[in-house]
Design a protein around this ligand. Sequence first.
Ligand SMILES: [Fe+2]
Length: 417
Amino acid sequence: MDYKLDHIEEIVHFNHEFWLRFVKNHWTKRPLKIENPFSEKITDEATIFSALKEAGKSFKTKEHVNFGLWVDGHTAVNYGRLFAQDSDDNLENYLKRILSSGHDEFCYAQFNMQCYALDLWDAAKDFIKGLIEIVGIPAGELDTDIFLGCYKKTPRGIHTDAAETFMHVIKGPKTIALWPKEYFDDKYVAIAGEGLNKTILVDEIEPYMKDAIILKGNTGDMLYWPASYWHIGLHDYSVEAFDYSLAFNIGYFHFQKEDGIVRDMVNDLFDTLSREHMGATSIKNLLAIPPLEKITQKMLQTIIGSHQFLEELEQNWLKHASGFGFYELPRLCNKNGDTALSYRLRNKNDNVQLKKVGENYFLFTSGYGKIVEWDECLESAIFDLNAGRSTKKLSLEIKSLLLSWHSIVPVDIAKSI
Ligand SMILES: [Fe+2]
């Protein structure tokens, strides 16, 4: 294919100028490879490995189920033993444990990684903040994902996702083969899925490889490709060499029809409406809407038209916006408030917003929001926090609240007493 790959080979400062140029030349348009752009690594194997252990625990407690596991190219059936365990001492030995049970290939995709390691969330926010300032919070969501394993090609095959993808190669090489949106239009191949999530149903990818745009990333490189591009991950893997690959992806997900804050709220509403005693409809009166459907419609009309619904929508939006557009969030911790501590924001990209919604004041930050008592020190304390300074001017109640929010950590404990 006549395509000149855009390629940057220098340390990149992901500042406003860089992102302006990126949005003009590449964003949603063209793939890009940046060789080793960071003077300091965005993250490392150890951080990811401990996050994967947390993800495995979450699966066991059924809190999160957003992952993909494949052995020998097929979706795994027996998941439990495939997750990283506390007894696995490092990534390499973990993978060796999986393969030692007679498998040649193993592929693990874990989504929502920000839920399992705040360092990964911070790294993603640091990286993407400059872009968000230009293009805005996505109508869908931001997410961080891991692709790990010893496999020759992505088991899902050639596909598109709903995401603009920034792949950080933590352990390479990692190759992504890409084809523009229209490439398969005249190839007479079956396509499964719809919208931005589609998969090409072919047994062999070889016939299409001669036309592929190849993004080959070594350890430390960053690869970007737009949501519209067909792609598949490739790795020259051999069991003997045991050269596993690891990628940390930051995805900017476009709106899909199953997304949306109002949609979530209406779904929740349906869960709370009691409809289990829906009666049968008499065959004598099939042309009339059944009474229970009419009752449901009236209830929804009343609730959705109410100012409480609008206030809740506003709260939910402010939570989402304060979480930078990430939808899946880390759990709150259960720390008790200590009145002697001073506080600062965990991440310089976070912000605390005080907002009156209806009759109540709310604090929003990092995807969470909670009602607070207003007091005269509150505004100046928030000003300090948002300016990156620590503060002691908070009421006991708000200190307790902030301590339970993972994004905010106490500093200078001894000095501030
Ligand atoms: Fe993908």
